[in-house]
Design a binder for this molecule. Structure first.
Ligand SMILES: [Zn+2]
Length: 140
């Protein structure tokens, strides 16, 4: 059975996923290319166009956007996985994860609302998140 263990904590995502894929591979021969670079650079996006499938494990919505577009524009199945960990006073109180497949015939990240204009705006606002509501405050 495949599963994350304590030994995977702090391991590069590419390396950790590569180990899982090799352990569960049934294709003969199985060929996996590991690239340790940001997946959203122009160079990486060009390289991804030649892949049979790719994995998206990005931390930000803004990085997810070009990968979603690439998957549908070039008909490349992709698996997008993300987790959010919330802690209060140093204690984890919730973990949520999504795992989506992006592929022709399957709703994209926009249709599933993993990507949204509002979410991208909030992410871009950073520490100023919600500032649009402050403009409506009564300052009298
Ligand atoms: Zn869509």
């Amino acid at each position: 059975m495949l599963g994350a263990t304590r030994k995977h904590v702090g391991i590069n995502k590419v390396k950790a996923l590569g180990g899982f894929l090799r352990a569960g591979a049934t294709a003969q021969p199985f060929r996996l290319e590991e690239h340790y670079e940001w997946g959203t650079t122009a160079h990486a996006l060009r390289r991804l166009r030649d892949c049979d499938v790719f994995f998206s494990c990005v931390d930000r919505l803004s990085a997810r956007l070009p990968l979603n577009e690439l998957a549908y524009a070039h008909l490349i199945p992709a698996m997008d996985v993300a987790s959010w960990i919330h802690a209060v006073d140093g204690q984890v109180d919730s973990i949520s994860t999504h795992a989506h497949v992006w592929s022709p015939g399957i709703p994209c990240a926009w249709c599933r609302q993993t990507l949204s204009s509002y979410g991208l705006m909030q992410e871009a606002q950073g520490a100023q998140v919600g500032i649009e509501h402050r403009a409506l405050m009564d300052f009298s």
